[in-house]
Design a protein around this ligand. Structure first.
Ligand code: ATP
Ligand code: MG
Length: 222
């Protein structure tokens, strides 16, 4: 039995069409069941539902053989789990967005950076943010938050946030502007390294089928 770790919401919804192209359907809808283990149309494959930020942990420790994780979550997890134990064979090109710095519209970020000011930055992505500002030589005090990052600059708790942006609608609705793009984000297939070796006859065809599904989706879009 192979176990695939997915998170509810965007990742589950965007992974389903790729699975379908690979001939796999999930038997239950996560929004209408409380089950955490879902059957598929294949007897040798099941899906487990975990928090988005827990997917690398489940795969790393063999709780799942493979999974789908945002690059944001994956790189942030590398800082705590270490990069070992996880293969990253495939960019699934789903849940695409970018990791950016945003500030209030009336905050002159470029000037403050030029002045060498020390900035207070609120984010869920403390490791990625620390690396980004260290590479720029900007001194920052990082404030770890778990959600609603947009609030922090509005109430004067931070000068800037580092957060995911897609349309920019949430920033705009809160009077914030994107002042720097740190990296493009999409979701990746990650595979437990030991599983990839010991269960390669089952896993490799699945990875290949998903790669073909990603390519076919790209051709449709072109
Ligand atoms: P949790 O609820 O466990 O804190 P989460 O809020 O990060 O998790 P989701 O919002 O489902 O969970 O996000 C899962 C992944 O989808 C993120 O890690 C990121 O890679 C991607 N993502 C997040 N926000 C967006 C967005 N606005 N547009 C496109 N992709 C996004
Ligand atoms: Mg979210």
């Amino acid at each position: 039995m192979l176990t695939l770790a997915l998170s509810k919401g965007r990742i589950f919804d965007d992974t389903l069409p790729l699975l379908a192209r690979a001939g796999i359907t999930v038997a239950e809808d996560p929004e209408s069941t409380r089950k955490l283990i879902l059957r598929t149309n294949r007897d040798d494959l099941r899906v487990v539902l975990v928090r988005a930020s827990d997917v690398p942990t489940y795969v790393r420790y063999g709780g799942a053989d493979f999974g789908v994780a945002g690059l944001d979550v994956l790189l942030e997890a590398d800082a705590t789990l270490g990069g070992d134990g996880l293969y990253r064979p495939l960019d699934l090109r789903i849940a695409r967005c970018r990791l950016s710095v945003a500030t209030r519209g009336d905050f002159d970020y470029a000037q403050r950076v030029r002045q060498g000011a020390r900035l207070r930055v609120a984010t869920k992505y403390v490791h990625l943010a620390r690396e980004h500002f260290a590479a720029k030589g900007v001194h920052v005090d990082l404030v770890k938050l778990y959600g609603s990052m947009e609030l922090a600059p509005l109430i004067g708790m931070a000068d800037a946030i580092v957060d995911l942006v897609s349309s920019g609608g949430t920033l705009k609705a809160n009077g914030l502007v994107e002042v720097e793009r740190i990296m493009d984000i999409s979701s990746r297939l990650i595979v437990n390294q030991a599983s990839y070796k010991t269960r390669s006859t089952q896993l490799r065809p699945l990875v290949d089928a998903l790669r073909a599904a990603v390519d076919a989706t790209r051709e449709d879009a072109a």
